[in-house]
Design a protein around this ligand. Structure first.
Ligand code: 6GU
Length: 248
């Protein structure tokens, strides 16, 4: 997969050299290219923002540098090859595991993290003519810019690429994966030692009884989901829950 990021803070993307994403890059599974938006400005001050039409606080990112940057990046691909353009914004659609799975199946993503009050609307209009352009938010809070969301989305996507995680089963039970633990939050996990500061291990996990362990894990997942994310249970088909579930 190829991944381009256009930003006024290229150094903010340094974590893409580290850990899982860094490893995917060095293994050649992921080709990451970070670009400085200011390379596509032509004035002495490398201006990327201006005051908003209609008034109001803050500044808006000018369309011209984004247009030149996106044209250059898009033209650097093979003829006819079109990336998905991802515009991080708190007013976008929610980033979900489902969207991560969709993006992981695409060969080329271009991220356009903005600062200030966002990018002139015409940039999205322009590229949406012949590209899939997704405006995406990573949650219901406001960040100062889209760079941290790019790190979040890149990690969520990179770990789904074939050959990045140790084994494919690692994401079957992901909290939000469709199937597997059926979209429930994962319950608690334990490792050695068997006793730590007076805390033991739930006995069932030491029983070696796979059926009872699976049942216990599902109960824990249900309890945790009901407590932290009741919306995930309310949104499900009641037929997915068996008689035992309903007593948890
Ligand atoms: Cl994608 N950008 C910004 N600036 N704030 C956010 C966000 C994105 N997602 C949640 N908050």
């Amino acid at each position: 997969m190829r991944l381009d990021v256009i930003t006024i803070f290229p150094e903010y993307l340094e974590p893409l050299n580290v850990s899982l994403v860094g490893k995917a890059r060095s293994r050649g599974v992921l080709d990451v290219r970070v670009h400085d938006l200011r390379e596509w400005t032509h004035d002495r001050h490398h201006t990327v923002d201006d005051t908003p039409y209609g008034g109001g606080p803050g500044m808006v990112m000018k369309p011209e540098p984004w247009g030149e940057a996106l044209d250059t990046v898009i033209d650097s691909g093979s003829p006819g090859e079109r990336p998905v353009v991802i515009v991080p914004t708190p007013s976008g659609r929610p980033f979900t595991q489902e969207l991560a799975i969709h993006l992981a199946a695409r060969p080329w993503l271009v991220f356009t993290p903005a600062r200030y009050e966002g990018i002139d609307r015409r940039v999205v209009e322009e590229y949406a003519r012949d590209h899939e352009v997704l405006e995406v938010s990573i949650g219901d809070y406001v960040l100062a810019g889209g760079e941290a969301p790019v790190l979040v989305m890149t990690e969520a996507v990179a770990r789904l690429l074939p050959g990045v995680l140790g084994n494919a089963e690692s994401h079957r039970d992901d909290s939000f994966a469709p199937g597997g633990m059926a979209g429930l939050l994962e319950g608690p996990v334990y490792t050695k030692p068997p006793e730590w500061r007076g805390h033991g291990i739930p006995e069932v996990l030491l029983s070696g009884h796979h059926g009872r362990i699976a049942r216990w894990r599902r109960d824990q997942a249900l309890r945790r989901t009901a407590r932290h994310r009741p919306d995930l249970i309310a949104g499900r088909d009641p037929a997915e829950f068996d008689a035992h579930d309903l007593r948890v």
